[in-house]
Design a protein around this ligand. Sequence first.
Ligand code: ME8
Length: 666
Amino acid sequence: MADKRFYITTPIYYVNGKPHIGHAYTSIAADAAARWQRARGRDVFFMTGTDEHGQKVLEKAVERGMTPVEHVDDMVVHWRAMMDDLGIAHDKFLRTTDADHIACVQATLQALFDKGEMYQATYTGWYSPAAERFWTEKDLVDGKCPDTGLPVQKVEETNWFFKMGAYQQRLIDHIQAHPGYIRPESRKNEVLGFLRKPLADLCISRPKTRMDWGIEIPFDRDYVTYVWFDALLNYVSGIGYAPGGSAPGFDATWPADFHLVGKDILTTHAVYWSTMLMAMELPLPGCIYAHGWWMSADGAKMSKSLGNTIDVDLLAGAFGVDAVRFFVLREIAFGADGQFSYEGFLNRYNADLANDLGNLAHRGLTMTRNWLGGTIPELGESTGFEAPLRALAADVVTRTAAAMDDLQFHAALAAIFELVGAGNKYVDDVAPWTLNKQGDTPKLATAVRTILEVSALAGALLSAFLPAKSAALLAKVGRSVDDGVADLQAALADGPTLARLVAGTVVDVGDPLFPRFREMPEAIAALFAAPEPAAAPPPAKASKPAPAPEKKPVTDTELPAEITIDDFAKVALRAGRVVAADRHPDADRLLVLQVDVGEEAPRQIVAGIASAFAPEDLVGRQVVVVVNLKPVKLRGVESRGMLLAAGGKQVVDLCGVNADPGTLIR
Ligand code: ME8
């Protein structure tokens, strides 16, 4: 369909934390693809946004002592800023708290209900707050969420279900008939593997009594919509979908050409979203592309919850925004995982941007200034090296276009830098300094002009990756951004001529585009030079400056005021043994323990140690218990006593004694 808009999306990001390099990655990739297609002349719609409902976001709001609305309004600012700072030129930034999104979700729910796609049932399952989804007992890995490895909660409740299972065979058939539907290939096979087991129906509601931060279900107002059902609909709500009749423009935009997602959220897209669309009788997107993860230096996935992320602002501040955009797309194939290291960043910056691209342009510009009066020369006599360079340029343009249409960003960049490398080799082969010495002006003009042409072509090809630097490079040879677009389109249509510049234009040598860094920029070196905190967890050490005061609570490190022996004597400590342990039904940081402290019956103690221990590891464990602590209710469960533990807020171990339960400890 010639008129079909190119429609590309990123996931909409949870506002339970600030953005990091992983989110920047998906956004940069989508932006590069969108910019490329726009430059090619296509009508593009690029949508991104924030996912603002659900348990995770609600918990964060509670933790911050804010209402959910206050919290999301405050957090969205960081996400918008990330997009602006990284030059992400989206056409729409959607928030799931937007009124028109909410209206679309409710209308869709009602339409599916009216069609008989929804039913109510009582469900027992394991809920993972981190992944915001239910699992069956069989899905769990070591009793934990298979996606996140974090604790799950057993939940039994009556809910609304979407008849997802009914679409299983249709989905398998679609995936098999459209080999490019789920990419890369390995991810497609993963989804087909998942679909070999019977596909259960999808629980799409949450009772307000448990969690009310969501979109109310129109046909049962005691419930809100499950966050994924809400979030996935953004891809159509944002372009004007309505079950009874969509806004003008919807049909020219849907289906999406590409949904870009991280591999962590492939199932929700490939299975939930695809079957939802089938039930809604909408065509499926062209491709769901699941890219890999950025990992920290110690090989862990960077995530908000692990706190081992790379600060994009810091990196962009030190090396420039375009260097960040370039690095993340050049360093790893789109689909593979990549380990981030600052040394790797520095090396690639110096090698590709400073030494190759920056150097080629600077050589051409200084030669023009020094030997040719500072204006772009007419092409003169051939040196014999231009024809092979033009042939390579033609091949590079073709390969870049094919790679960009296929989201193979690293391959596109590799091709463009092959041209840059060939440009530098051309300089060495032609040796313009010899031509200058010999006074061979016709050949010198050709040589210098060709260097400038190759630099400008590289600049035009790189505009989707390095918007600001590409514009700066083109400006040095008198080309506007629009000229660059015209040059690119001409090169795509007819092959590059290496004769697009305007002779007589005054060049602007200025400073090199990418200054070389002989050592790590100070702001980054400072991350490693700072003294290590006494008990810094390893991931944080890999990516953040060490002793940020707000990260290390005062209570963990400083001595509180002195107490007397009498004060201490008020605390009754006893040896105990854990006889049973379970997860707290309502809080994933808490465990509910039954502890024998030598009394008639075990004590129930609620402890915030779930991040360090699985319940089954604790049974039989000897512990030290404060037995005269006033009983409290923690998230609705009574706790009578406290365990002594090491590590402050970040528990690392429990204190234990080898003594019978009830033994007095002093
Ligand atoms: O999942 N490496 O939001 P989210 C690469 N709201 N990419 C990463 C990454 C990493 N270490 N960490 C995060 C959600 N990402 C849902 C989506 S869509 C209808 C709803 C990127 O804030 C990657 O794109 O947890 C991943 O899929 C996304 O951020 C998850 O963002």
